[in-house]
Design a protein around this ligand. Structure first.
Ligand code: AMP
Length: 226
C-alpha cells in the first residue's frame, strides 16, 4: 500500500506511522527524519535544513522534493510506503503526483489526522525521542518510559527536539494551517482522503487508522489479531 499521513504537529503522526508501517510491512518515509539524519551527518543539505527546522519553517521545496524523490526511488519502497510529513504544501503535492505518475504508481489512501489545537502544545512539549532510534517515541505524561530519560526499547538516552519548544511549535502550527491544510483538499479532489480523530490513546488511534484502510485491529505489541 502507498499511504500518506497528514496532520498538524502534535497529532501523533510519527508515533502512528511507525506502528502502521510495521503492521503493513511497508517502508516508513519521514521527511523530518531524513532531514534530521542529514543534520546529524553534517551534510551540506543538513546545514540548509537545520536553519529551517530550528525556525519551525518549511525547508525549500527544491531540496525537499529532491530528498523524497531519491528516497522513493530506493527498492525498499517498491512494495509500498507510508509517507509522513510530505507533502506539506501544494507544490510538493503536485510534485508527488508527478513522481508517482512517472513510476506508474498511485496512492491508495490519504489519512488526515485531526486534533484540537488546545492539545497540541502539551502533546509536543512532553515528547521525548530516543537518540539511538527516532522511532522510539515517549511522552512524559501520556507514554512515559519506565526509567525517566531512558528508552524502554533499547536503553538509549531520551531527548527533546529543539523545534518542540513552545514558540517554535506555534510557528509550525501557523505553517500547517497556511500551507499544509490545502494539501488535504488537493487529495480530496482525488477521492483519497479519510479524516480521523487523533484524540485518545495511541492504540485507540491506531485501531481507527487501521479500520479506515480496511485492516483488522492490532494488539499493543503490534502483532496482528484475527
Ligand atoms: P516533522 O518531523 O515532520 O515534524 O518535521 C520537522 C521539520 O522538518 C519541519 O518543521 C520542517 O522544518 C522540516 N520538514 C519536514 N518535512 C518537510 C516538508 N515536506 N517540507 C518542508 N520542510 C519539511
Amino acid at each position: 500500500m502507498r499511504i500518506l499521513l497528514i496532520g498538524p504537529p502534535g497529532a501523533g503522526k510519527g508515533t502512528q506511522a511507525v506502528r502502521l508501517a510495521a503492521h503493513l510491512s511497508i517502508q516508513h518515509v519521514s521527511s523530518g527524519d531524513l532531514f534530521r539524519e542529514h543534520i546529524d551527518r553534517g551534510t551540506e543539505l543538513g546545514q540548509i535544513a537545520d536553519t529551517h527546522l530550528r525556525a519551525g519553517l518549511l525547508v525549500p521545496d527544491e531540496v525537499t522534493i529532491a530528498v523524497i524523490e531519491e528516497r522513493l526511488a530506493r527498492p525498499d519502497t517498491e512494495h509500498g510506503f507510508l509517507l509522513d510529513g510530505f507533502p506539506r504544501n501544494l507544490a510538493q503535492a503536485e510534485a508527488l503526483d508527478d513522481i508517482l505518475a512517472r513510476a506508474e504508481s498511485r496512492l491508495d489512501a490519504v489519512l488526515d489526522l485531526k486534533i484540537p489545537e488546545a492539545q497540541v502544545v502539551g502533546r509536543i512539549a512532553g515528547r521525548r525521542l530516543c537518540r539511538r532510534d527516532r522511532g522510539h517515541i515517549f511522552h512524559v505524561d501520556y507514554g512515559p518510559p519506565e526509567v525517566a530519560g531512558t528508552c524502554d526499547v533499547c536503553g538509549g538516552e531520551l531527548y527533546q527536539r529543539d523545534d518542540d519548544r513552545e514558540a517554535t511549535v506555534r510557528r509550525r502550527l501557523e505553517v500547517y494551517h497556511g500551507e499544509t491544510a490545502p494539501v488535504v483538499d488537493h487529495f480530496k479532489a482525488q477521492g483519497l482522503v479519510t479524516t480521523l480523530s487523533a484524540v485518545g490513546e495511541v492504540q485507540e488511534v491506531l485501531d481507527r487508522v487501521l479500520a479506515a484502510i480496511g485492516h483488522g485491529q492490532v494488539d499493543a505489541s503490534g502483532a496482528g489479531k484475527q
